[in-house]
Design a protein around this ligand. Structure first.
Ligand SMILES: CC(C)(COP(=O)(O)OP(=O)(O)OC[C@H]1O[C@@H](n2cnc3c(N)ncnc32)[C@H](O)[C@@H]1OP(=O)(O)O)[C@@H](O)C(=O)NCCC(=O)NCCS
Length: 188
């Protein structure tokens, strides 16, 4: 299940994000203080309202936090957004990534009216590339000097998944429930 994170989730996110392997390809982390995930969570409501970021905590049936996924770089005019995901190390290779992508893609293509999901992955992150391609994403090319981590600049691979491709995939046929209304700023 995906749900909005609340302040009470900061300790669980902290635990997942203290692993340097998990945050290796990000501009943030590994977390060193619970204040960092708390500040991230505190920013989310405003980012949802402004149409900047629509991110969710991934939780299992028992309510345990597994990771984060969601959308950014939303463009209403072009009906597209970028999907991103990170999972706590114990949940890699468990099917959680596929389940989370099923939910975000259903939300994006069926509820929000998007027609394209993009994804970025570091050139040196073949696990993420493979995970995206297995779901149905196609590799489009390399964005040179795209992502900055401190004083290091990284090339990034851009991938995409179009609505018409998603419609033909088994993920589109998995039933999903969306409870409540999506933020107005994220509807096409
Ligand atoms: C990226 C991430 C969400 C993917 O989830 P996951 O559960 O690890 O992905 P999956 O297990 O479904 O798929 C990964 C696939 O890559 C394969 N793989 C692993 N290492 C690989 C490598 N070096 N080269 C190519 N493929 C590789 C795995 O074997 C697996 O395929 P398989 O199931 O056929 O064996 C997760 O690994 C993660 O959170 N990573 C850290 C954060 C991150 O990098 N996020 C992406 C930023 S763009």
């Amino acid at each position: 299940m995906l749900r909005y994170a609340t302040a009470a989730d900061a300790p669980a996110l902290f635990e997942l994000g203290t692993d340097a392997e998990v945050t290796r390809f990000f501009s943030w982390g590994p977390y060193t203080s619970v204040d960092e995930p708390a500040a991230y969570i505190a920013r989310l409501a405003g980012e949802r309202e402004r149409g900047e970021r629509l991110e969710f905590l991934i939780v299992d049936r028992a309510g345990r936090a597994l990771g984060v996924t969601g959308l950014s770089e939303f463009s209403r005019r072009d009906r597209r957004a970028v999907i991103g995901t990170w999972l706590g190390r114990p949940f890699w290779g468990t099917g959680v990534n596929r389940a989370a992508k099923t939910l975000v893609a259903g939300l994006a293509f069926r509820v929000l009216g998007l027609e394209r999901l993009g994804a970025y992955t570091d050139l040196d992150n073949p696990r993420s590339q493979t995970a995206l391609e297995r779901i149905g994403f196609s590799r489009e090319g390399v964005l040179r000097d795209w992502h900055r981590h401190g004083d290091q600049v990284h090339d990034v691979i851009v991938l995409s998944w179009l609505k018409r491709e998603w419609e033909r995939s088994p993920l589109a046929h998995e039933p999903i429930d969306v409870v409540g209304e999506p933020p107005a700023a994220f509807r096409c």
